[in-house]
Design a protein around this ligand. Structure first.
Ligand SMILES: Cc1cc2nc3c(=O)[nH]c(=O)nc-3n(C[C@H](O)[C@H](O)[C@H](O)COP(=O)(O)OP(=O)(O)OC[C@H]3O[C@@H](n4cnc5c(N)ncnc54)[C@H](O)[C@@H]3O)c2cc1C
Length: 306
């Protein structure tokens, strides 16, 4: 395992990654995709299925970014409340995004079925658990806004929420039966296998350091290779360390921790989430360190002094 990759439950419990090579030499494709997370891999899979010649170039390993480290909730909506979404991007765009996200779990679980992806997929819904008065008020607002848009959600009272979750810390929960959970790194690796099966080419450990326009499209450069492509999809999320995007000053890195318990006993399993829903709650999940601290950590990680 390369030094920069920390170990995680997802890495320890995922199906194996496809064996890929570094990009070398000069190759040509219709479409070049930079970044091997959910965005890049899904785009590659669908383009390849349409008969387009497509390559994915990943700087590290497949699923190295958020795709291989997230919580694994396949949700049918956004963190933002639906009315806030409309206010932020306008009612028409808000509706388009809301409608697309409402069927997103169908899409994800559909791909898992179609390509037989072994990623601990469980589609038993999610419980958005309420904490305190503000949490309850937030869930009541969400429930009203989602029900108004036709979502099949249910607002559970304290006693139902507590018995479904197995904890007395929550005073309510919004149940969304459309959602579910996945092992995210295994899903990303499964998407990579599916894209390869459809004819896409994938390379790992090949950071793209330069993208330049050419007469017929684009030229992408890595340390040992070069790709000529008619079109480029930048699926690099917020990463900016390879010099192809000048985003450094627009992002403040925030570091996250994830905890895994020891395997639960049969008795505990019968009490904690007996129906195996995914759970998230109304608390603030990001405990922000001060900007100064964040900057120091960021610079240290990037080998610069703060
Ligand atoms: C802690 C955490 C928890 C989350 N929980 C959830 C959740 O429960 N449910 C949910 O739906 N979403 C969740 N998310 C969000 C979700 O993980 C992301 O939205 C999603 O993974 C983004 O996928 P992506 O493919 O766009 O980006 P990424 O997965 O970040 O992939 C970008 C890739 O681009 C590569 N790259 C960058 N620059 C270059 C370059 N120059 N050359 C080549 N490759 C490059 C990177 O190495 C990386 O692999 C969570 C995110 C985090 C961080």
């Amino acid at each position: 395992m390369p030094e920069q990759l920390c170990d995680s439950l997802w890495r320890a419990s995922s199906l194996k990654a496809p064996e890929l090579a570094q990009l070398e030499g000069r190759l040509s494709f219709d479409v070049a995709i930079v970044g091997g997370g959910f965005t890049g891999l899904s785009a590659a899979l669908h383009l390849a299925k349409l008969g387009v010649s497509v390559v994915v170039i990943e700087a590290q390993e497949i699923g190295f970014g958020g795709s291989g480290r997230n919580v694994g909730l396949a949700n049918a909506g956004l963190w933002l409340e639906p009315d806030q979404l409309d206010k932020t991007i306008g009612a028409e765009a808000g509706k388009t995004l809301y409608d697309a996200l409402a069927v997103a779990p169908d899409y994800v679980f559909g791909l898992i079925d179609a390509y037989d992806i072994d990623c601990e997929a469980v589609r038993h819904g999610t419980l958005h658990a309420g904490v305190g008065k503000l949490g309850l008020a937030q869930l009541e607002r969400r429930y009203e806004q989602m029900a108004r848009r036709g979502a099949p959600v249910t607002l559970l009272n304290a006693s139902d929420a507590q018995s479904r979750i197995g904890s007395e810390k929550f005073n309510s929960a919004l149940f969304d039966p459309r959602a579910g959970t996945i092992q995210p790194l295994a899903y990303a690796r499964g998407l990579a296998f599916a894209a390869i099966k459809e004819g896409a080419q994938l390379f790992d450990y090949s950071p793209v350091s330069k993208i330049e326009p050419t007469q017929d499209g684009w030229s992408l450069q890595t340390e040992k290779g070069e790709v000529q492509a008619g079109k480029v999809i930048l699926a690099t999320n917020a990463y900016c360390e390879y010099g192809i995007k000048d985003q450094a000053r627009k992002f403040v890195p925030i570091f996250y921790s994830q905890l895994a318990s020891k395997p639960l006993t049969e008795q505990q399993l019968a009490r904690v989430l007996p129906n195996k829903e995914g759970v998230w709650d109304t608390c603030t999940v990001m405990r922000l360190v001060s900007f100064r601290q964040a900057r120091t950590v960021y610079f240290r990680r990037n080998g610069r002094s703060g």
